[in-house]
Write a protein that binds this ligand. Structure first.
Ligand SMILES: *[C@@H]1O[C@H](CO)[C@@H](O)[C@H](O)[C@H]1NC(C)=O
Ligand SMILES: *[C@@H]1O[C@H](CO)[C@@H](O)[C@H](O)[C@H]1NC(C)=O
Ligand SMILES: *[C@@H]1O[C@H](CO)[C@@H](O)[C@H](O)[C@H]1NC(C)=O
Ligand SMILES: *[C@@H]1O[C@H](CO)[C@@H](O)[C@H](O)[C@H]1NC(C)=O
Ligand SMILES: *[C@@H]1O[C@H](CO)[C@@H](O)[C@H](O)[C@H]1NC(C)=O
Ligand SMILES: *[C@@H]1O[C@H](CO)[C@@H](O)[C@H](O)[C@H]1NC(C)=O
Length: 765
């Protein structure tokens, strides 16, 4: 391979930037810091992993020209494929997490004659200060320009893949030539952001993005579709779409299949149709904080008389040139805007009793703590830190006198903490890919900005985190009462050992605005990959209490979460071990200030996936969850086992279940209690198995999905289940008052699915 000799020359590591000694202001940079900084990431758990090449610059390392003329396909594909002198990255010897790669694309126009094939554990980053253009050549003949999914793996386990800061371009391809810019058949822990899909106006056979093979993803955020025929063609389980512009298409968002989804901040401009669901294959979709300008029909729907095809609109502004806001079954059923303070609903609505709405306004309310002056929920975009120059960024592995290894073996706690403390308020911290082992709490002070690389890992180890009765944070974001900035980008929080007393992240700090304290494309993993005893020693959940909770947002915190997945592993990504860890909980939200969560996955945790307890002002944009596969009938371990004896006040105690009711004693997907001003837009709650042998269950595998107890101003839209009997169990003062069953709300997931438009029983209306 042409690139190899170039690489060997680059491998030498230049150690030794000093910490800057004075405060620095963000200045105009002369190039993106990430392109220019020293790259010394490694792959800790493979043979000779210290020599693993993480960062690949397609121009300087692989000879791509980016001149708009040369065919750069071979050079860029070589950057994806390169492992070492003899092997390519798709070889099974690396496992699927052992071959991390960043394919970095500097500014330029890269002509491509063939599709690029990406793999799992690959992040493609373009220069955000001048996004590179990946342009299909005029004679391009394949159906896709870019294959984002790794064909070695089922789409539903295509994790850890990202594409950001690029332009995908088909403007040189004939409008009548069938081409799709991106195949995105991927799942959790993927990121698609800051991408322009540039297609010719009137490109009648051009599509921006599709996924014929399916997948199970969380979010697409902050992208633009320009021209072509269809923007997004959806064939998925669930999605949160945020901050997306669709301009000049026949159809912006075509939902061929979607069990459940939410669109937040979608802007349709000069499209014939904004959203298309006429084939009646969408369970629930909500459109909020969105606009239409000069659109024929904003939403063209099937006029479904059942729960299937549920629709919610809230704060949707349409201009006078827009013909119809909602057309159902060919009939205009809504014209004009849906203002803040109201929702427009088509579907089954539950309050003190159930009712059928086929295009009806309901009152809605949002706490002032969550919205901007227009009434829209605050949003933030993932930071690139592009406003910083390279000498304002510290590579944590290159600080003179404070060695940090990130090798999964060395205890990095002390030196990392000193570097974090001195960088606060001054520098961005860059964590090259690797595993940073910590044996004690890392405290993150105000003024911290942390950027990982292909999900750099912070991993807990040691006796400090072993006591289930005294959970200790691994990463503690500030102290209660502190206000400031603490941002995390492309990080992964995990454990190296079985640690029943480990809270992976505790947030105490409050941001002044949404995103100041923010977690972006940062995920949690308990087992399922090399580098942890949870991977190798967890055949039995009774003896493997992997961790206490992924994230705990305490009372005075205010934080923003976008694209975050707490995964207690259900299978092994790298080898062939059993995977039955027991993590007590996913996300515990107790903040009374303001919390925004968009595109959240929480899977296989033992007591609950998301627990909102004594909280106020919570926006939950979309939640996707699954129960542990080992729970249910045929399991010897009924909740709250194996955590009995170390339950917290906030934990569900399952007192509503008979002692031997195995299908009742399963993890609650969403538990909201003693809280107020909580707005939930969509949740997909899926169950597939019963018991440690993962016996299939042909019908209903779990008793309860969601439990709401003693809340005020709780607005919950789009509860959606698969194989669960009771979708919502509502209780108050310790007494069950209402129950919503899946049989009364059949829809969404095709077999044994339940879907409802809204649950307003504790909204106060
Ligand atoms: C690792 O890379 C260094 C620097 O290029 C080289 O000298 C060394 O031989 C490599 N080690 C192995 C085991 O390949
Ligand atoms: C490339 O990786 C394979 C698999 O680890 C290893 O067997 C081989 O020795 C490596 N080759 C070089 C030149 O490092
Ligand atoms: C790996 O990639 C090479 C080309 O880069 C290809 O020839 C080979 O079939 C691929 N192997 C697998 C297992 O996909
Ligand atoms: C392009 O081809 C695909 C696959 O055959 C087909 O599903 C799709 O409808 C075509 N798109 C257009 C716009 O003709
Ligand atoms: C939509 O599908 C559901 C079943 O999935 C069915 O009950 C309903 O009648 C369909 N609606 C229309 C308009 O076809
Ligand atoms: C689970 O066990 C209960 C009680 O024995 C039984 O009624 C139910 O049919 C079982 N469900 C499945 C899916 O096996």
């Amino acid at each position: 391979m042409r690139a190899v000799s170039l690489f060997l020359g680059l491998a030498a590591v230049v150690a030794g930037t000093s910490l800057p000694s004075e405060g620095i202001e963000a200045r105009h940079s002369s190039g993106y810091w990430y392109e220019n900084i020293e790259h010394n990431g490694i792959s800790p758990f493979i043979e000779n992993g210290k020599n693993w090449t993480v960062f690949r610059n397609v121009k300087t390392h692989f000879g791509a020209k980016g001149d708009g003329v040369t065919d750069d396909w071979a050079a860029i594909q070589a950057a994806f494929d390169y492992a070492n002198a003899t092997d390519t990255r798709n070889a099974s010897v690396w496992g699927t997490t052992g071959a991390p790669a960043v394919v970095y694309i500097p500014a330029g126009t890269y002509r491509l004659s063939k599709p690029l094939q990406s793999y799992i554990d690959t992040v493609v980053i373009g220069d955000p200060t001048n996004r590179p253009v990946l342009q299909a050549s005029s004679d391009f003949s394949d159906p896709f320009l870019y294959l984002g999914w790794d064909p070695r793996l089922d789409p539903t386990i295509n994790f850890y893949i990202a594409l950001k800061n690029v332009v995908l371009d088909s403007t040189k391809v004939a409008p009548t030539h069938n081409i799709t810019l991106l195949n995105w058949a991927v799942s959790q822990a993927v990121q698609l952001t800051n991408v322009l899909f540039n297609m010719p106006n009137g490109g009648v056979a051009h599509t921006g993005l599709s996924m014929p093979q399916g997948g199970s993803p969380l979010i697409i955020n902050d992208v633009v579709f320009q021209g072509g025929s269809v923007g997004i063609r959806m064939n998925e389980q669930q999605y949160h779409f945020k901050g997306i512009t669709f301009k000049n298409q026949d159809i912006g968002l075509k939902l061929d299949k979607l069990f459940e989804g939410t669109g937040q901040g979608l802007h349709f401009e000069s499209c014939k149709v904004g959203i298309e669901t006429t084939n009646n294959n969408t369970g629930f979709f909500a459109l909020i904080d969105s606009t239409a300008k000069n659109v024929g029909i904003l939403w063209n729907a099937a006029a479904s008389p059942t729960a299937q095809g549920s629709i919610v609109l809230e704060n949707v502004q349409v201009d006078s040139k827009t013909g119809s806001t909602v057309t159902a079954g060919g009939k205009n059923v809504l014209k004009g805007s849906v203002k803040p303070g109201q929702s427009w609903i088509w579907g089954n609505v539950y309050g003190s009793s159930g009712q059928r709405a086929q295009g009806k306004f309901f009152p809605a309310s949002r706490s002032a703590a969550l919205v901007d002056i227009t009434g829209a929920y605050h949003v933030a975009t993932p930071p690139t830190f592009q406003e910083y120059s390279v000498n304002q960024v510290i590579n944590v592995k290159s600080v003179r006198g404070l060695p940090v290894a990130g090798d999964g073996v060395t205890d990095d706690t002390k030196n990392l903490q000193r570097i974090i403390n001195s960088a606060a308020g001054r520098s961005v911290l860059y964590f090259p890919h690797g595993t940073y082992l910590v044996s004690d709490t890392l405290v993150i002070p105000p003024g911290s900005r942390i950027h990982g690389e292909v999900w750099s890992e912070i991993s807990a180890t040691g006796s400090k985190f072993k006591n289930a009765n005294n959970p200790v944070p691994m990463v503690q974001v500030g102290y209660p009462g502190q206000v400031g900035v603490a941002q995390f980008v492309d990080m992964l929080f995990t454990v190296a050992d079985i640690l029943p007393g480990c809270k992976l992240v505790e947030v105490n700090m409050a941001g002044l605005k949404a995103g100041d304290v923010g977690f972006f494309n940062s995920h949690f993993r308990l087992g399922g990959a090399r580098g942890s005893k949870v991977q190798t020693n967890c055949d039995d959940p009774a003896t493997c209490k992997a961790a206490r909770v992924c994230a705990h947002l305490t009372a005075l915190s205010s934080s923003y979460w976008e694209n975050s997945w707490c995964w207690s592993a259900d299978h092994d990504l790298d080898d062939d071990n059993g995977a039955n860890p027991s993590t007590a909980g996913g996300f515990l939200v107790e903040s009374i200030r303001s919390t925004w969560m968009l595109g959240i996955g929480s899977e296989h945790n033992s007591l609950y996936q998301i627990n909102i307890h004594k909280a106020q002002n919570v926006f939950l944009g979309f939640q996707q969850s699954e129960t542990p596969y080992w729970q249910g009938n045929n399991s010897g371990l009924l909740t709250p086992l194996p955590w009995t004896g170390s339950l917290l006040d906030s934990d569900p105690d399952f007192s509503w279940c008979a002692a031997d009711d195995a299908q009742c004693r399963m993890a609650i997907f969403q538990y909201i209690h003693d809280s107020s001003n909580v707005n939930v837009y969509g949740g997909g709650y899926w169950v597939f198995f019963n018991g440690i042998n993962r016996d299939g269950c042909s019908a209903e595998c779990q008793q309860n999905a969601v439990i709401y107890t003693d809340n005020k101003k709780l607005f919950s839209y789009g509860v959606s289940t698969h194989n669960v009997r009771t979708m919502v169990l509502e209780s108050t003062g310790g007494k069950d008052v209402a129950e919503v069953t899946d049989t009364a709300n059949s829809g969404g997931w095709q077999s044994h699915g339940g879907v409802m438009a809204a649950y307003l029983g504790q909204s106060g209306y």
